[in-house]
Design a protein around this ligand. Structure first.
Ligand code: SAH
Length: 348
């Protein structure tokens, strides 16, 4: 590792920002040695805030019906091979009940768009919060008007995950059809922040047409927007999409970027995503070791899990499933961390 790379990493560790050129330099100088140094710094930064504690979230995939047609996504509207479903309020509450018994204190409701109205969602959130008042509810249901987000907030929703997918408008337009708008995506993120949700943005790693320069801009954006959560995972092709023959992102680059994000914001809630666990055996553990502090096992009903196929071979079995939380705890213990039963809010 050159003196210059080391200095940049040390500066980031101390000051939590870099210039775009420095981020680019770090990205271009990724190798085993720099990754290992960066990982060590990120791990120390995380441990200063959260110790060795790992938060868990129960992920409930409430519908795979979607009006949008994102080129990368397996549940895009024009995919005729997708067997569509929508969970009822009862189904969702029953998932929460199972999750509660397993020790989950955050439920994440994720799904396609144009399925549930803000009133539907608000009703469901209210019921969850009445029954499980010690739990946090995170929504990941895409773009709505600000007045809709307000309804959800007033119903008791705590957090909202909305990856911006890419920070470059030109790139955004290569990943989405014309009727989707980069500006609207960012408008949503700003509205959510103003409404005082704990907000999660994030981007796909290794998506088609992504350049190192764009990734450098991602880090600048995270630095400036300062989201409470950040979801990044490798792009993985799905066989029924226009990107079916594109290359996947790698676990190594994802882990490297997780470390950088941890150093930009030491208290950020940073998941080791299912996509990272899917692309490489041990990917989940690599993510944790690189600075991630959140895991999101699948709590959806058994018979819908396969249908929420965002990308090929998406893990939903083994320790990726909430029922196997005890095995996951052991895996995580084996690498020196501890899963706890807690809402897992951001430490300010
Ligand atoms: N409709 C919601 C939820 C989308 S699914 C929303 O727009 O926020 C959640 C995330 O899955 C997306 O934000 C996207 O980053 C990720 N995803 C979709 N297709 C993917 C693929 N092929 N590979 C990896 N991640 C993918």
């Amino acid at each position: 590792m050159t003196e210059k790379v080391k200095n940049i990493i040390d500066f980031l560790t101390e000051n939590h920002y870099l210039s775009e050129e420095e981020y680019l330099f770090l990205i271009k100088n990724r190798n085993e040695e720099t990754a290992s140094y960066l990982r060590q710094k990120a791990d120390e930064a995380r441990k200063r805030v959260y110790g060795n504690k790992i938060f868990i979230r129960g992920l409930i995939e409430i519908s795979n019906i979607c009006k949008n047609d994102c080129y990368y996504c397996g549940i895009r509207s024009s995919n005729k091979n997708c067997d569509r479903y929508k969970l009822s309020e009862e189904d969702i509450l029953s998932c929460c009940g199972n999750g509660y018994k397993l020790g989950f204190r955050t439920f994440v409701l994720q799904g396609g768009e144009g399925v549930f109205s803000a009133d539907d969602i608000s009703g469901i959130v209210k019921k969850i919060k009445e029954k499980y008042f010690d739990c946090a509810v995170t929504l990941s249901l895409g773009e709505y008007q600000k007045s809709d987000y307000l309804k959800m907030k007033n119903a008791g929703a705590d957090r909202y995950l909305l990856r911006h997918e890419t920070i470059c408008k030109e790139h955004y337009e290569k990943l989405h059809p014309q009727n989707m708008s980069y500006e609207n995506r960012l408008r949503c993120l700003n509205d959510l922040k103003e409404l005082k949700f704990q907000v999660g943005s994030g981007f796909l790693v290794g998506s088609p047409y992504q350049s190192d320069e764009i990734i450098a801009k991602e880090f600048k954006f995270i630095e400036e927007f300062s989201p409470e959560m950040c979801g990044i995972g490798p792009f993985i092709p799905q066989k029924d999409t226009p990107f079916k023959n594109e290359k996947s992102g790698t676990a190594e680059e994802t882990a490297y970027y997780l470390s950088i994000i941890r150093l930009i914001k030491p208290n950020i809630l940073l998941p080791a995503t299912t996509a990272l666990g899917t692309i490489k055996e041990g990917g989940r553990e690599l993510g944790i070791l690189s600075g991630a502090n959140v895991l999101m096992p699948n709590l959806s009903p058994e018979n819908t899990r396969k249908k929420y196929a965002l990308y090929d071979n998406k893990l939903a079995t083994g320790v990726e499933s909430a029922e196997q939380i005890e095995n996951l705890k052991i895996q995580i213990q084996n690498i020196g961390y501890e899963i706890i039963s807690d809402r897992g809010d951001i430490k300010e």
